[in-house]
Design a binder for this molecule. Structure first.
Ligand SMILES: [Zn+2]
Length: 421
């Protein structure tokens, strides 16, 4: 589906700064750093939104983290390929549409448009492919059928209607499925998370309580599509697995998402991929930290959402929002407070004043480029990068390389009129 307008990314190499090294980033599975990518192409699949309650600051923080990684990869001269999904049919979306008395398709489309507008305002680079699950029903159904053929999946009759069957993934079959091995989660926690994410661990007939749904047979009043599995719709994890493998091939470099997706969502994707013949789904798995508000994790279920669109309506400049978010390390869990935005607005004003001042001594050969590169290559340390710019503007006039680097790596174009809005 259509994504959003791509902001220009200046080339620092073209300005004589050479190309950067590949970054070292924290991989959840290694539980340590990895220099990525190991091959010539950098590819990333990012778990997208379920389109309702878009775009809260938790979303924005996650997508900004992986936008930063994309920008660092581009600066390293790499070919970068990115893909993302939109879970435009799923239980929470249907529940919200029913609650509000709107058609689920209209809800999804209006929220996807809001997300586009917010991402474009924040100058987040769009994925090369943004794919809605409703665009890929047939290939997902085909993947589920293949898992049934290999015995990695099994049919479970729908209670009260023996004629229809759901299809579940058999986690007991994969010897590689060592309870949480990839996500460092213990059994009790996995059970709890399975329940929290709608995995129905107590459903009778499951081979393991952790087995996730691959295909949900049609229920009265729910959307459903024809398929060789009968009428129904795909499960959440297999949706991302099939879209990522189709768009990027496996293994791709990075599977990215918020830390709340670590289990079961990202864990199951790796196991689904294995069942579909890909021994490795991705080289690394990256999890962004979670954003809290008023003492609790920002989430739809808790209703404590701070929306990007609301802050923009209230006059927050998107570049200041970017600075407020970049002032937290991408893996950090943190809490949003209003003074953080005020500090970011003030910082943006200082940077703009610096950018607008003609250099005292044009012969001065200094630039913030190496400082931005060294901080960002160190596990995308954006708070340190912002401090490096703060320190630099105190001692040196604005130069073309620094302005281009702040744009290319931090996504803030201080030379554009738009940044003032
Ligand atoms: Zn996903």
């Amino acid at each position: 589906m259509r994504s959003w307008e791509r902001p220009a990314v200046p080339s620092l190499a073209a300005l004589g700064h050479g190309t950067a090294e590949r970054p070292s980033v924290h991989d959840v599975r290694r539980d340590g750093r990895a220099v990525l990518p190991t091959g010539p192409v950098a590819s990333m699949y990012t778990c997208g939104i379920t389109p309702y309650d878009a775009t809260h600051l938790g979303h924005a923080f996650t997508y900004l983290a992986f936008d930063t990684l994309t920008r660092v990869w581009l600066d390293a001269g790499l070919e970068v390929r990115t893909a993302m999904n939109s879970t435009d049919v799923d239980d929470p979306l249907l529940e919200r549409a029913a609650r509000d008395g709107v058609d689920w398709r209209e809800l999804a489309q209006s929220q996807q448009q809001l997300f586009r507008d917010d991402m474009a305002a924040l100058r987040i680079l769009p994925p090369d492919s943004w794919v809605a699950v409703t665009e890929r029903i047939a290939p997902i159904a085909d993947a589920v059928r293949r898992m049934l053929d290999t015995g990695d999946a099994y049919a479970l009759p729908v209670e009260g209607d023996e004629g229809r069957v759901d299809v579940l993934f058999d986690t007991t079959r994969q010897r590689q499925f060592r309870m949480g091995a990839g996500s460092r989660t213990d059994d009790a926690e996995m059970l709890e998370l399975t329940r929290e994410f709608g995995g129905d661990p107590d459903r009778p007939g499951k081979r393991s309580p952790l087995d996730p749904l691959l295909w949900r047979a049609e229920r009265p009043g729910e959307p459903a599509w024809e398929s060789p599995l009968g009428r129904g719709r795909p499960g959440w994890h297999v949706e991302c697995t099939v879209i990522a493998m189709a768009e990027l091939g496996a293994p791709f470099t990075v599977a990215a998402g918020g830390r709340d997706l670590r289990f079961p969502h990202q864990e199951m994707q790796g196991h689904h991929a294995l069942a579909l013949g890909a021994p490795m789904f991705s080289e690394a798995r990256l999890n962004a930290g979670l954003v809290a508000f008023e003492g609790e994790k920002m989430s739809k279920s808790r209703g404590n959402l701070v929306l990007v669109s609301r802050l923009r309506e209230q006059g927050a400049r998107p570049a200041a929002l970017r600075l407020a978010l970049l002032d937290h390390h991408w893996r950090e869990d943190w809490e949003w407070t209003a003074p953080q935005l005020a500090r970011a607005e003030a910082r943006l004003d200082r940077w703009l004043a610096w950018a607008a001042t003609p250099p005292d001594d044009p012969s001065l050969d200094d630039s913030v480029v190496p400082w931005l590169r060294v901080t960002l290559h160190d596990d995308l340390n954006t708070p340190a990068a912002l401090q490096a710019v703060d320190a630099f503007i105190e001692r040196a006039p604005a130069d073309e390389g620094s302005l281009a680097a702040i744009d290319a790596l931090l996504g803030i174009d201080l030379r554009s009129r738009a940044v003032e809005l």
